[in-house]
Write a protein that binds this ligand. Structure first.
Ligand SMILES: Cc1cc2nc3c(=O)[nH]c(=O)nc-3n(C[C@H](O)[C@H](O)[C@H](O)COP(=O)(O)OP(=O)(O)OC[C@H]3O[C@@H](n4cnc5c(N)ncnc54)[C@H](O)[C@@H]3O)c2cc1C
Length: 550
């Protein structure tokens, strides 16, 4: 990938066929699809790639068992079609980036025989809808076997569990792999580049976007024949920029996760908690040596500055603890995340939990702005396919074939599940580092190892005893447009989700390496470090993990 300065130079004042606004899953999927169809494409992201909803998901590649239940109970064919389409996309998402994805069994503990029968019927329906796209058939697991596989469970009234298989993925890295694949196909991408307005031609159609580079604070314009608004929770703001006074379409729902030590529910299986107080489901999922627990669903007005609150921590622990032999205390929480679902208000639904998780491509006829609204991670590719079809139609041409269904993402070339072993043998790195690198970078992990070999001081771990290497910071700055400590720890390496304390431990080293790579002055290095440490401590305070300084 180009450096940020190089990308800025190519984009500023240039003309493109398509300008995609947004660097989450949806925008990155659209940019890749458009570029692969031969349209000269630019992608602009206001923050960092995957810094919003796309880096705060439950990391499941799924059709959605909860949506299936809603579909069946409400005789809702539209909802059923969403599940069906997502199940078809699930296989493609797994296949196109095998190093970032995997499958996992989800055990749903049953406390009554009635629940076991109800769940087994429901999950057989999930298998049936998946058809040939199914991963493995669902099945009943005896009480003894359930307790063997999940030793942390409360044996109390347990009668057994119903197991089904779904996909899991590294959301922030998948997003990065999409951006890389896009730029390697000839597209231009820029983070920290916010679209602040548009310029229109005499016919009222959008001609250029005004952009603010939030690193240099400079303003510039980008010209394009078509503009795709893929800003998720901010879609209405961009729609309003293009067509002032346009009715709002989005409803936002906040969802949070907590992260716990994996020892609480050891093993490789995930748990589905079938019913919360507010009639939802919760997941407790093994994630890179930790346990990811979530999520919630609460309507919010704006998506800016979301964080995990103390009350949300308590809500999640209360439900999890009902299933555990030894209750978990708040102090055991090691980190968390918060994001906003962008749901399209297609009908008069009062409750955001009941809004269909489907997407819609909207063309504003007056300005020509195309907006891709709603959807979910699992369907990002299908959403992009629909959007780029609409863009081609808008540009006056016929829709050409979409090729993303079978297009491996950067890092997949030559990757096999044993790749980490080859990496270990070839470079002599520790097993935990080899597994970590292979799982983050796929076949590109050897580039990180090469950096570590050239500068031996970078071959040390970022935090003693953990997989990530110092060389990854250099790789993130040189190859993946990382410009801050948060970019590196939260999204390129994922250490921030692994543990806020571990991230605080790594931050000074990351600051030193970034300062050298990006040419920061001593005061800039200190300011970046203070800012990062302050942010993480603030997150910990909000979650009730440390006392407030105020
Ligand atoms: C808690 C939670 C759990 C979820 N779990 C799952 C799951 O397990 N599986 C699944 O399939 N889906 C899941 N989803 C849904 C999925 O995460 C989202 O559908 C998806 O990430 C949305 O991607 P997006 O690109 O549309 O939005 P975002 O990721 O929010 O990206 C929009 C981007 O637009 C940028 N932007 C905004 N304004 C501008 C501007 N003016 N100029 C330039 N850029 C701008 C923002 O900075 C942002 O990065 C979950 C959602 C939540 C909230």
């Amino acid at each position: 990938m180009k450096t940020r300065a190089g990308a800025l130079q190519s984009i500023e004042g240039s003309s493109f066929d398509v300008c995609v606004i947004g660097g989450g899953a949806t925008g990155s999927g659209c940019a890749l699809d458009a570029q692969l169809r031969g349209l000269k494409t630019v992608q602009l992201e206001a923050g960092d790639f995957a810094s919003a909803t796309s880096g705060a998901s439950t990391k499941m590649v799924h059709g959605g068992v909860r949506y299936l239940e809603q579909a069946v109970r409400g005789f809702d064919l539209a909802q059923l079609e969403v599940v069906n389409r997502a199940l078809a996309e699930r296989v493609r998402m797994l296949r196109n980036a095998p190093f970032l994805t995997g499958t996992m069994e989800f055990l749903t503990p049953c406390l009554h025989w009635f629940d076991a029968v109800y769940l087994e019927i429901g999950l057989k329906l999930y298998d049936w809808i998946a058809g040939r796209a199914g991963l493995a058939p669902s099945h009943f697991v005896s009480r003894t076997e359930t307790l063997r596989r999940m030793p942390g469970l409360n044996p109390g009234h347990l009668v057994g569990a119903v197991a089904y298989t779904d996909g899991q993925f590294d959301d922030a890295r998948y997003n990065m792999a999409l951006v890389k694949t896009f730029t390697e196909a000839g597209g231009e991408a820029l983070n920290y580049a916010r679209v602040t307005g548009f310029e229109k031609g005499a016919d009222g159609k959008l001609r250029s976007a005004r952009v603010e580079d939030s690193i240099s604070r400079r303003q510039f314009v980008v010209h394009a024949r078509a503009f795709i608004n893929a800003t998720g929770p901010w879609a209405d703001t961009v729609r309003e920029m293009a067509a002032p006074g346009i009715p709002r379409r989005m409803r936002l729902s906040k969802g949070v996760h907590i992260v716990l030590p994996l020892e609480i529910l050891p093993g490789s299986d995930a748990m589905l908690i079938p019913k919360t107080e507010d009639g939802r489901v919760l997941f407790a999922i093994p994630w890179k040596g930790r346990l990811l627990v979530g999520t919630t669903d609460d309507e919010i007005a704006v998506a800016d500055e979301l964080y995990l609150t103390k009350e949300e921590v308590e809500y999640l622990l209360r439900h999890l603890n009902r299933y555990l032999a030894s209750p978990v205390a708040r102090e055991q929480v090691v980190s968390g995340s918060a994001g906003a679902r962008a749901l399209v208000s297609a009908r008069d639904a009062k409750d955001t939990q009941k809004l269909v998780r489907d997407h819609e491509v909207e063309l504003n006829p007056a300005s020509g702005l195309l907006s891709i609204l709603g959807g979910k991670w699992t369907t990002y590719r299908a959403m992009a396919e629909d959007t780029v079809h609409a863009a081609q139609k808008y540009l006056g041409g016929a829709a050409t074939g979409c090729v993303t269904a079978d297009h491996p993402l950067a890092g997949s070339e030559g990757y096999t599940p044993d790749y980490w072993k080859q990496l270990m043998q070839a470079s002599g790195i520790a097993e935990r580092t080899a597994r970590h690198l292979a799982g983050k970078f796929g076949a590109r992990a050897s580039d990180v190892v090469t950096i570590a070999k050239r500068q031996p001081e970078l071959s040390a771990p970022l935090v003693e005893g953990l997989g990530p290497l110092r060389a990854e910071v250099v790789f993130a700055a040189r190859e993946e447009m990382a410009v801050s400590i948060e970019d590196v720890l939260a999204r390129r390496i994922g250490l921030e989700l692994y543990g806020w304390n571990e991230a605080l431990q790594a931050a000074p080293v990351v600051a030193d390496v970034l300062a050298r790579e990006l040419g920061w002055s001593e005061s800039a290095r200190r300011e970046a470090l203070d800012q990062y440490v302050g942010r993480v401590r603030w997150l910990m305070e909000r979650a009730g993990l440390v006392a407030s300084q105020n």
